[in-house]
Design a protein. Structure first.
Length: 589
């Protein structure tokens, strides 16, 4: 019962030209492509970029005198979805959308294919009525209604039913090996589908979390977690899924009591990805996190990071210093390592010896010696730094300063004529000073070695497709950004209501905002005096530093992000704004 393509009749071609959707020259080109590929004209016209998918399939619906529907925007009851098994809707590429008086309405993208409709009637054993939608809508609706990999899960259940097996939700009774080659192959397929869907969605982390009655899967996209619909039957296969991931990461599948970390190298087409795997034991089974690192997107240049011209000039002057320390601060996932890699990429010349020590190595940098710490055998950052100094480096990258010993070794390295780049977990640039002193580093050593401290955050970009002018609560603008009443009432910024391109979030991609604090003589004196971070930040603001909130505000004014997003990302800013010269409202302490 395969799906057979039926070429559209000439009547549909005439309709496309009559509605001015295609002219004769474009129609001829489309016909030639149909002959070459065997695809329907409607699909070819969209692929060639002559018309949008909505325009094409709405015209097809009018030609067939059928309804055009968008299943992703419809409230489809679960009992309607249950009328068509996931493995059938995936194979025949349709979705059930409505049931009335014993008639099931199904959305298809190829209504002219009568063989397809006959097959659906025969499989479901009921009367059907066809409606038209786009192929992307069908794919999106299948994932929403049935979950990622639902057809694979159904095939496993079907195979077990045929073999007389039952699946228990008691995870302790399930072994890693289900004992059936076909089922093992299906688990492999499901895990691959889960990872591929994440990669296609620009996901940075996959979270697989077992609970008493469900297995929750979430993707972190643009810094925000989104729950992924998965079939309920997946809970019973959680141990097999974890075992498959352990095999891919070369971990011990028998060990379920201790945390484990590993790495998976994956290729999707021509793109290469590093998947960092972390597994933790919980009362309901092992929870898994997969951090997805794209080898192509990790290696960026400084020009691609989103620096404004003045900030770029400052940062370039910092990294060209012969010795000293440059710190990039911020929470996990704020892009600190990407920024430092971009700096190393610029500094990587034949006349410079560059060595890094990281945990873990996130990207292989050509022409740079990289080491990974191994705490289990006593190889930590401090030991690595001592070893690095015997290799005569010019520039050193320390993945993170975590303790006093590492901090002191980094400072001693800078004192002996090396440029040291590293990261630190603090909320803002000024907080780096107090964090180092809290670790036990002497203030005079900090003041004599620090070149600059830079705080960084990633904010979500507005979707370029659906962004439209919007307004914010004037009271919010006055309280959070220090706007005057008249300006707050009239202020407009760009915001997207959501579309297919941005997964209906209004955002697509992220860009960095920076708070750059050079260590001037005044700030060095304050450091020696053990001044608070608040006092240091106040002086830095007087010297022209732009805070994270002010940098975010500039993104809003440029139309790059939203007020809501900037408030979310910079909620921990101690002093809200910088001087009016930065294009932002006045200070607010």
């Amino acid at each position: 019962m395969g799906v057979m393509i039926v070429v559209e009749p000439r009547g549909f071609e005439r309709q496309l030209t009559a509605e001015s959707l295609l002219d004769e020259s474009k129609l001829e080109r489309a016909r030639a492509e149909v002959q070459k590929t065997g695809l329907p004209l409607v699909e070819v016209a969209v692929q060639l970029g002559y018309i949008t998918a909505d325009q094409a399939y709405q015209a097809l619906a009018r030609f067939c005198e059928m309804r055009f529907v968008l299943p992703s925007k419809m409230d489809i009851p679960q009992e309607v979805a249950d009328l068509a098994p996931a493995r059938f809707v995936t194979h025949y590429r349709f979705v059930p959308v409505e049931q009335r008086n014993g008639l099931l309405v199904v959305a298809v993208s190829d209504p002219l294919n009568t063989h397809l409709l006959d097959d659906i009637r025969m499989v479901l054993k009921r009367r059907i009525e066809a409606a038209v939608t786009t192929p992307d809508e069908i794919q999106r609706a299948i994932k929403t209604m049935y979950g990622v990999g639902a057809d694979t899960m159904e095939r496993i259940l079907h195979q077990e039913e045929q073999a007389g097996l039952t699946v228990s939700l008691d995870t302790t009774s399930l072994s890693a090996d289900l004992g059936d080659v076909s089922i093992d192959a299906s688990i492999i397929k499901f895990v691959n589908e889960l990872i591929l869907e994440a990669v296609q969605s620009d996901t940075t982390d996959i979270h697989i979390e077992p609970f008493d009655d469900q297995l929750r899967v979430r993707y972190r996209i643009d810094g925000v977690l989104h729950q992924v619909p998965v079939p309920a039957s997946i809970r019973g296969y959680h141990p097999a899924i974890v075992s498959r991931i352990k095999v891919m990461a070369n971990l011990n599948i028998a060990e379920k009591r201790l945390p484990q970390d590993g790495k998976i190298l994956a290729n999707f087409g021509e793109a290469q990805y590093d998947l960092r795997v972390s597994i933790l034991p919980t009362p309901h089974g092992e929870t898994v996190n997969l951090r997805i690192l794209s080898r192509s997107s990790m290696l960026m240049t400084l020009d691609q990071l989103g620096f404004w011209p003045e900030d770029m000039r400052k940062f370039n002057s910092f990294i060209l210093k012969p010795h000293g320390i440059i710190l990039v601060t911020g929470p996990t996932g704020s892009g600190k390592t990407t920024t430092l890699y971009a700096a190393l990429n610029k500094l990587n010349k034949l006349d410079r010896k560059i060595i890094t020590i990281e945990d873990p190595i996130e990207y292989q940098l050509k022409g740079i010696s990289q080491m990974q710490v191994q705490p289990r055998i006593g190889f930590d950052f401090a030991l690595g730094l001592r070893a690095i100094l015997r290799h005569d480096p010019d520039i050193m990258l320390v993945g993170e300063i975590r303790d006093q010993e590492t901090a002191e070794m980094a400072i001693r390295s800078s004192l002996t004529g090396h440029l040291v780049l590293s990261t630190l977990h603090t909320n803002d640039a000024a907080g780096a000073v107090t964090r180092l002193t809290d670790m036990g580093v002497e203030p005079f050593l900090i003041s004599s070695t620090m070149i600059a401290s830079m705080a960084q955050r990633l904010v979500r970009r507005n979707c370029p497709v659906c962004s439209v002018p919007a307004s914010a609560d004037p009271l919010l603008l006055r309280e959070e950004f220090g706007m005057g009443p008249d300006e707050a009432a009239e202020f407009r910024f760009m915001q997207g209501p959501g579309c297919d391109q941005c997964r209906h979030t209004g955002y697509r991609g992220r860009i960095a905002i920076y708070e750059i604090m050079p260590f001037s003589n005044e700030i060095k004196e304050l450091t020696v005096q053990r001044a608070t971070a608040h006092q240091i930040k106040k002086v830095a603001l007087e010297q022209g530093m732009t805070t994270l909130r002010a940098a975010g505000w500039q993104r809003v004014r440029e139309g790059g992000s939203t007020v809501e997003e900037i408030l979310r990302v910079t909620a921990d800013s101690e002093i809200m704004m910088s001087s009016p010269a930065s294009g932002a409202p006045a200070d607010k302490e």
